[in-house]
Every structure is written in C-alpha cells, then in structure tokens.
Design a protein around this ligand. Structure first.
Ligand SMILES: Nc1nc2c(c(=O)[nH]1)N[C@H]1C(S)=C(S)[C@@H](COP(=O)(O)OP(=O)(O)OC[C@H]3O[C@@H](n4cnc5c(N)ncnc54)[C@H](O)[C@@H]3O)O[C@H]1N2
Ligand code: MOO
Length: 417
C-alpha cells in the first residue's frame, strides 16, 4: 500500500455536512474548556463562562433622562401656566439629596438622582425662566423624562447568559453591574501548519512548480477574527516522518491542530494514514464541494482538522467545521446557531448530489430581503472568488435545480466590519 494511502473504509467516511458538524460539536462538548478571570479591557470577543445575575438595579436610582426641572407631576398645570420657585439644583454626581417644597422645583441635569418627592422632569427648552422662578405651561406630562431604578436591569435578573460572546455592549453591561472582570472560557490553543513541497513564502521568487503559500495567511486570519493567535505556523514538507513529528508535538501542546493539504488521494497525501496511526480518525470526507476531503481526528486529546489544501476548500471547511468547533470548545451559544438565510438572485443548477458552497455577493434590497448572487470565479483554487465574496451560499445535498427566489442557507465570511 503506498505510504499516504489509507483505506477510507476504516473510518466513518463520506458523511453529510450535518452529520459531520454534529460529530464535531459532540467532540467539543466532551472537551469544554475551563474558565479564567480576565479584566474587561481584555475580554472583548471572549465567551462568558457563567450567567451574570445583576446584584443591583440598573440604573441604581431613579434619575433624570433630560436636563430641566424636577417637580411633582400632580402640580403641573392642566391649563394656562404655573410658576415654580427653583429651590435647589441637582447635578449628576451630586453628593446628597436636596429638599424642595410644594410649588417648588429643582434644576436637574441628565443622570442626576431625582430628588425625593419629584416624579417628573420638564425639559429646560419647555419652560420660561423668570429670575429664580420657572414658568411651566399646560401640556407637560406627569412622570415624563424620568428613568426609574431598575428599568434596564432589575437586581436578581439574569443580564447575560453563559455562552454569550462579550460584545462591546455586553462589556458595558458587566461594568454597569459593577464587574471589572469577567469569567470567560479559556481560549483554545491552536497549532496551524501548512504542508506541501510546492509551497514557498510570498517573498520568495517562484521556481518551477512552486506556488506561494497563501493558506498560512488566510487560515491565520480566520483564527485571528475569532481572537485566536495560532502558535507560530509551521511549513512541513510532504515527508511522513516530519509530519508525524510535527503532529505529535502540536497535539501535545495544543487543543486543536489545523493543517492544510495532503489529505486527499495523492501519493503524497499522508495525513489520513498518519492521524490514524497516531490517534483516531473521527471522519474523513464530507459530501460537500469544495472541501470534500476534510478529515477530523484526535491525537493525544487534541482535535485535529486536516483541511484540504485548495485555498477555497481550506476556508470553506474552516468556516463550516473549525469555527464552530473553536466556539463550542469555549461553550459559545453561537457554535450551533441557526443558519442565516437569503434568496437566490438567479436560478442555479449543480451537476452533482453533494452539498455545494458557492462564493456569493449578498445584497439587501428594497423589498427587505437579502439576495445572494454567485460570483463568476467558483473554482476551489480561485482565491479571487472567495476574496470578493460576502457569503458562502449553501446548495443542499440531493437537489440539483434551484429557482431564482429560492431560500437558501448562507455562511457569512469574515469581512472588514
Ligand atoms: N484522485 C483524487 N484527486 C483529488 C481528490 C480526490 O478525491 N481524488 N480530491 C480533490 C479535492 S476535492 C481537493 S480539495 C484536493 C485537496 O487535496 P489535498 O488536501 O491533498 O491538498 P494538496 O493536494 O496538498 O493541495 C491541493 C491544492 O492546493 C494547493 N495548496 C496546498 N497548500 C497550499 C497553501 N498553503 N497555499 C496555497 N495553496 C496551497 C496545492 O498546491 C494544490 O494545488 O485534492 C483533489 N484531488
Ligand atoms: O473539494 Mo475540493 O475542495 O473540490 O476542491
């Protein structure tokens, strides 16, 4: 048997995309990462590891929503005008409450605590100032321009869920609730290596049969959009001994090992045999295009994703399987989120039964819908196609003809914003 050859009958093979994803997520559920405490400044994009139950109301006290005059709503005029003496002023951050009596009001700024007895703020643009008196006309509403204590978040309420990604706004929630730190899942340690005798770095002139290694940068970029800095990337020759040593070393150090290339049927495609030898192959090959030869395995407790070398196949399989895995290891609620949908702007046909992932533009039209138009360059080696795309459009397994307007799943590709 040639060294790279591994009879696929030994492993679960030719899985559906759904089956393969289910298996990947199940493997990650067994390996959920422990949590760690990080300062909020460093917590953006991290996955929360515990529910956040608010210890106090947010806002913590009733306060003015606008700059103006705080008063008793029952004293507002029903018709004509009424004069209120300005008894005190209350600025945001004022150290203590102020007193005011009937027929009086308190000058107040946005965010200042409502003085005891007040339940209404009349905005300053709506009053006439006459010395130390303000004149309020009919038409104002009792209770207006006040933010009651706890209107945003009540004490005891679950403000964030375990598994939530810490977006900028969620960092704000943590801080508002009095937390300077967040308990988040440990990030996966990821080893990334590219394989192939034909690869040379971008800065090197190409010799006969050589190409520049692009996967190192595109896959590295995919990881960085998830906030994961891979271990320094290795370039490995198509040499089983070098590959074996690198796989073992990476699996010892990392939670996830990602490789590109050497996973299909060529004489120098050693990955399936090596992963089987060093550990376990969970599955090899998924009924999809591009990316069919993807392999998922395990070595020494590390998850191994051997991605096909074609640059588009690499990125498509990363987005479909590796990204959810990296999120699931952190317990993210996004790992198994329902797919997004769009309509096909043009009719499509495929010549095979496999699921197909087409590179497409997404456009939001005046009808309120999002419409996907496949790009011209669809070859699995054509980086331009995926570089110009906003999404991958999923044409499901089985069906071959798709009408314009058909609703399909889409997978967003990480972009600039
Ligand atoms: N007889 C068969 N041939 C192939 C099959 C098959 O089932 N039977 N599958 C095809 C499919 S589908 C794909 S996808 C590719 C995947 O092959 P490998 O994962 O073994 O990848 P390589 O052969 O090493 O490389 C494929 C292609 O990609 C280029 N490449 C590799 N690494 C990089 C990199 N870091 N940067 C840029 N480009 C890279 C490489 O030069 C090849 O052109 O196999 C088909 N063949
Ligand atoms: O699956 Mo391969 O990715 O068609 O090129």
């Amino acid at each position: 048997m040639p060294p790279g050859h591994a009879p696929s009958a030994e492993f679960p093979t030719r899985l559906s995309v759904a089956d393969a994803r289910t298996r990947v997520l199940a493997l990650c559920a067994e390996r959920r990462h422990a949590s760690e405490r990080v300062a909020l400044e460093n917590a953006l994009g991290r996955v929360l590891a515990a529910d956040l139950v608010a210890a106090c109301d947010q806002p913590p006290f009733a306060n003015a929503a606008m700059d103006g005059y705080a008063l008793r709503g029952e004293e507002l005029p029903r018709e004509g005008e009424r004069r209120f003496r300005v008894a005190a002023q209350m600025f945001a951050g004022a150290p203590a409450d102020v007193a005011f009596g009937r027929g009086e009001c308190v000058r107040i700024t946005t965010g200042a605590p409502l003085p005891r007895g007040a339940d209404t703020v009349v905005i300053k643009e709506n009053v006439r100032v006459d010395g130390d008196v303000v004149v309020v006309a009919a038409g104002e509403h009792a209770g207006a321009n006040v933010r009651p204590a706890g209107e945003d978040i009540r004490a005891g309420e679950q403000a964030l869920r375990s598994g939530d990604t810490l977006t900028p706004a969620r960092l704000g929630v943590l801080a508002a609730c009095g937390h300077a730190h967040a308990r988040v899942a440990r990030r996966p340690r990821v080893a990334l290596f590219v394989t192939g005798d034909e690869l040379v770095p971008p800065e090197q002139a190409l010799g006969y049969g050589q190409i520049h290694d692009s996967n190192r940068y595109s896959l590295g970029g995919m990881l960085r959009t998830l906030g994961i800095e891979p271990e320094p990337v290795g370039h490995l020759r198509d040499d089983p001994d070098a590959l074996r040593a690198a796989l073992l070393d990476a699996a010892r150090r990392c939670d996830v090992v990602i490789s590109s290339g050497g996973v299909s049927a060529g004489e120098a495609d050693y990955m399936p045999r090596l992963v089987a030898e060093l550990g376990h192959v969970h599955f090899w090959k998924v009924r999809m295009k591009p990316g069919m030869p993807i392999l998922c395995g395990g070595i020494d407790g590390a998850l191994v994703f051997a991605l096909p070398g074609n640059p588009v196949s690499t990125l498509a399989t990363f987005q479909l399987f590796v990204r959810p895995a990296l999120l699931a290891l952190q317990g993210s609620n996004e790992a198994d989120a329902a797919p997004r949908k769009a309509r096909l702007a043009v009719p499509l046909a495929k010549r095979h039964e496999r699921a197909e992932y087409l590179r497409a533009h997404l456009e939001w039209r005046d009808d309120g819908g999002s419409w996907a138009t496949p790009l011209e360059k669809q070859g699995s080696g054509m980086l331009r196609g995926i570089a110009d795309a906003d999404v991958l459009v999923a044409l499901p397994e089985g069906a071959r003809e798709f009408e314009a307007g058909a609703v399909v799943d889409i997978l967003p590709l990480p972009g600039l914003g």
